[in-house]
Design a protein around this ligand. Structure first.
Ligand SMILES: Nc1ncnc2c1ncn2[C@@H]1O[C@H](COP(=O)(O)OP(=O)(O)OP(=O)(O)O)[C@@H](O)[C@H]1O
Ligand SMILES: [Mg+2]
Length: 353
């Protein structure tokens, strides 16, 4: 039973974990509402896994408090364990067993009778696109298949709270999209998901709220919109009809919007980073720019308004980039072959002019 039925899924205050001299988690305050995906975004070594392990009762905090659905993770660890499931950064299924064998075994360990365990295994393998691989040993799975069987194993019993620790690190774009669809499906069934990621576009795609952590501390928290708004107003991307007019367009945008203007490799394209310091909205600034270009006789074939990427958010918050192996925002990490929208984090609303 939940002592506080309306308690948030997770609430931490001043959470601390030290390993010797290293304060891996250094006073983390988090509130995760139920029924959503909450993103914890941070580079290598930021303290993501350590935080998750404390919340999942696998590590004892050295300081502060953490509650899961109102249960204290130290004093009420059994109650927490009954409500949560963890898909670790390093998968925990048995390499030598097949997909089916793994899921049936884990189902039996969770107390399901054999027919029920077998049915649930088949159902999950089907839902995760692993039916064909069901009778192969997991050691022969690809990275993407492996990640999917690991998530399947963690939702054999539908948990109230699922921790997904970097569920797509190292996956190709297609497998990432598949995992994202799985996460969306899990949340649609009412599970709260705490997702850690180093991928800015992943948090952007999945999470309602995001905490950015760096060196064991939360350095920003809010909705994606709030985070982006705290950094900049976005940018206007313009394509002209006539490449000869690009210098005029560049001068005009710079003077009018007080924007930083970048010339694209495409000789008719340029991008103006909008000024966040004015009270004008990004749309108003863009509209003004188009009016002035038209008045100056510069024909615009196409323009789009883009929000700042989360990568830019991180840079603005920390003064350094994400420092991860893949420090890009992942905008090129989509393959567009599987019918998903395939957008990166720089969401553009295309408008033909
Ligand atoms: N068991 C441990 N013993 C000693 N130091 C540890 C231990 N676990 C983590 N650390 C250290 O704590 C810090 C945070 O590590 P953590 O694994 O939580 O980071 P992370 O954000 O999950 O990083 P990654 O993105 O690489 O998974 C790092 O400096 C790490 O070296
Ligand atoms: Mg980690």
């Amino acid at each position: 039973m939940t002592p506080h039925p309306s308690a948030p899924a997770i609430e931490t205050t001043g959470l601390v974990k030290a390993f010797g001299e290293t304060r891996a988690v250094d006073g983390v305050d988090l509130t995760v509402p139920t029924g959503t995906v909450y993103g914890v975004l941070g580079p290598n070594g930021a303290g993501k896994t350590t935080t998750v392990k404390m919340l999942a009762t696998l590590l004892r905090p050295d300081g502060g408090e953490a509650r899961v659905f109102g249960h204290d993770v130290v004093h009420d660890a059994d109650a927490v364990r009954s409500r949560v499931s963890l898909t670790g950064q390093y998968a925990s299924v048995d390499e030598d067993l097949t997909g089916t064998e793994n899921l049936i075994l884990l189902g039996r360990l969770l107390g399901h009778r054999k027919p029920a365990a077998r049915d649930r295994a088949a159902q999950l393998l089907e839902a995760f696109g692993l039916t064909e691989a069901a009778n192969k040993q997991v050691k022969h799975y690809s990275g993407g298949m492996r990640r999917r069987i690991d998530i399947a194993a963690s939702i054999l019993n539908t948990p109230d709270l699922l921790f997904l620790d970097e569920p797509t690190t190292g996956l190709d774009p297609r497998s990432r999209n598949q995992v994202w669809d799985i996460v969306r499906a899990v949340v649609a069934q009412g599970t709260t998901v705490l997702l850690t990621t180093q991928y800015l576009d992943e948090a952007d795609q999945l999470a309602s709220r995001i905490a950015v952590i760096d060196k064991g501390r939360v350095i920003a928290e809010g909705t994606k919109g709030e985070l982006k708004a705290s950094v900049g107003a976005g940018s206007v991307h313009v394509r002209l009809r006539d490449p000869e007019r690009r210098p005029d367009a560049e001068r005009l945008l710079r003077d009018l919007l007080l924007a930083e203007v970048t010339l694209e490799p495409d000789p008719v394209a340029l991008t103006a980073r909008l000024n966040a310091a004015t009270s004008d909205s990004a749309a108003d600034q863009a509209a003004r720019a188009l009016t002035e270009l038209s008045r100056a006789g510069v024909t615009v074939d196409n323009f789009s308004l883009g929000q700042p990427s989360l990568d830019e958010v991180f840079l603005a918050l920390t003064g350094h980039d994400t420092g991860s192996a893949d420090g890009t925002d992942g905008t090129d990490g989509t393959d567009g072959t599987d019918g998903t929208d395939g957008t990166g984090s720089d969401t553009k609303d295309e408008v033909a002019a």
